[in-house]
Design a binder for this molecule. Structure first.
Ligand SMILES: Cc1cc2nc3c(=O)[nH]c(=O)nc-3n(C[C@H](O)[C@H](O)[C@H](O)COP(=O)(O)OP(=O)(O)OC[C@H]3O[C@@H](n4cnc5c(N)ncnc54)[C@H](O)[C@@H]3O)c2cc1C
Length: 183
């Protein structure tokens, strides 16, 4: 959003913002049994966009909740009167490291797309979920688990080795398991 405002004429920027951000939207989960009515539903395309959202509490009121593919069946997406941040357009697969056996993706990248990327390189996720439409970001922070190898608990978040985070006050943090014991 910030980038668009820099180079677009005001009218075009306003049109684009109208597409990216919508007020008074009803958001339902995949099962359609959990519903929330945020004041704002905003689609972000970069970390800069997320920083802009969390720093502008007037336009994007709290609570602010990230949204992946809406597959959760608990009330974790509830943001009545607040802001839902749709992560699905931040879906780039940024690359992998053959020696470290890691892959780096944006939070909105679907698990199946990352799996297909890895397959092209003769690799695979260590934990493979029964369905691919969850986002990597949700899988990394939630308790999502599935079949894995014998003796494995199969929780996807156990295999996250680094994250870039935007905090509630807009600070950017980079945490890596190699440096931060708490991960
Ligand atoms: C048919 C079906 C089958 C399922 N099977 C299983 C199963 O076998 N095993 C299992 O563990 N789960 C299962 N689930 C649950 C689902 O896999 C998890 O809830 C998963 O985390 C949902 O991913 P999502 O992208 O849809 O996230 P959402 O439902 O959109 O969000 C999940 C949570 O993650 C947070 N979040 C999303 N993106 C981000 C981000 N970028 N940064 C920070 N927080 C974020 C959200 O705020 C929310 O709290 C199933 C769900 C369905 C509908």
């Amino acid at each position: 959003m910030a980038e668009a405002r820099h180079w677009l004429p005001a009218a075009a920027a306003a049109l684009l913002l109208a597409v990216w951000g919508a007020a008074g939207v009803e958001v339902r989960n995949w099962g359609r049994d959990i519903v929330t009515n945020p004041a704002q539903f905003v689609t972000v395309r970069s970390a800069d966009d997320i920083v802009e959202v969390v720093r502008d509490g007037e336009s994007y009121p709290a609570p602010v909740r990230a949204l992946g593919s809406r597959h959760s069946n608990t009330k974790v997406i509830m943001a009545d009167g607040g802001t839902v941040v749709n992560m699905r357009k931040m879906n780039a697969i940024l690359g992998h490291d053959e020696s470290k056996l890691t892959v780096t993706v944006e939070a909105g990248a679907l698990y199946i797309d990352v799996s297909e990327y890895l397959q092209k390189h003769g690799l695979m996720h260590y934990v493979n979920t029964e369905f691919g439409s969850i986002t990597s970001g949700a899988a990394a922070v939630a308790h999502t688990k599935d079949a894995a190898f014998v003796g494995e608990h199969g929780q996807i978040s156990s295999y996250v080795v680094g994250v870039k985070i935007v905090t509630a006050d807009g600070e950017r943090l980079h945490k890596s398991r190699a440096v931060h014991d708490a991960m």
